[in-house]
Design a protein around this ligand. Structure first.
Ligand code: UDP
Length: 245
């Protein structure tokens, strides 16, 4: 496809230069054209994993849109003297698309999270977005793709949201995206948030770019995972000093 956005290369990965709104508008356009798209919303942890795993790296590079989901990516671009307008998160993108899908009667397939989480979320979606068509749903704890992929192919959704956590969700999409011409997007723990099983940081923390700190306070067990942020920034700094991206 022709990339509608300019991109900023950080550590070998091309992030789209788009605001949250511009990105959502592009997805609506793609969806209206029945385009097949693979969206990766990447944070520093995803990039570090990709840097250490050539197979995952190829999957990320094979996406159509790579967005900066994480202040670390935006700061990383700034360290290189480039600018990314803002974070474009999986959660915000999903919420905006759900609203639109409600009005435009688009259909969505939901895949991922624990069984009780997805059931609660589906109930909520039925009541909050009555115009949205639920193409189908399945929890994220399955062994074999086959049945789920046949269901996706048969229902022909406009969007497939995969909340399997990384890297599983990106591998799943890369393997199966040809089953339906839809917008396929990996969205991590977003179903837990939507269903009310996990909390997103209050707006103040988000506005002050410390959503990561809020998550750390709430879930101290994520500490090791969060070391990805300083590690990533150090790598970007190093790449700036050596002139290699
Ligand atoms: N998950 C899943 N299948 C798996 C592993 C994880 O559906 O095999 C779900 C898990 O229930 C959670 C999400 O994937 O809803 C991962 O959440 P996390 O907050 O770790 O993701 P992040 O947004 O940090 O990537």
């Amino acid at each position: 496809m022709t990339q509608p956005f300019s991109t900023v290369n950080v550590l070998g990965y091309d992030f789209i230069r788009a605001t949250q709104q511009e990105f959502v508008d592009q997805l609506k356009k793609d969806s209206d054209e029945h385009a097949n798209r693979f969206v990766v919303t990447a944070n520093p942890e995803i990039v570090l994993t990709a840097l250490n795993d050539p197979k995952y790296s190829d999957v990320i590079k094979g996406s159509d849109y790579l967005t900066a989901d994480g202040i670390g990516i935006v700061k990383g671009a700034a360290i290189l003297g480039e600018s990314l307008p803002e974070r474009v998160t999986g959660y915000d993108t999903m919420c905006a698309i759900l609203k639109w899908a409600d009005k435009a009667h688009k259909s969505v397939y939901f895949l991922g999270a624990r069984s009780e989480v997805i059931s609660t979320m589906i109930e909520k979606i039925r009541s909050d977005y009555p115009g949205l068509q639920i193409a189908g749903y399945h929890d994220g704890y399955f062994k074999d793709d086959t049945e789920i992929v046949s269901e996706i192919a048969a229902s022909g959704p406009d969007f497939v949201f995969c909340a399997l956590g990384f890297p599983r969700q990106e591998y799943f999409i890369a393997r199966n995206r040809r089953a339906a011409d839809a917008i396929w997007m990996g969205i991590g723990g977003s179903f837990d948030v939507l269903a009310g099983y996990a909390e997103r940081a209050p707006q103040w923390w988000i506005d002050h770019h410390i959503e990561w700190l809020y998550r750390l306070v709430k879930e101290p067990s994520r500490f090791i995972r969060m070391l990805a942020l300083p590690k990533y920034l150090l790598l970007v700094l190093k790449s700036r000093l050596t002139g290699r991206r």
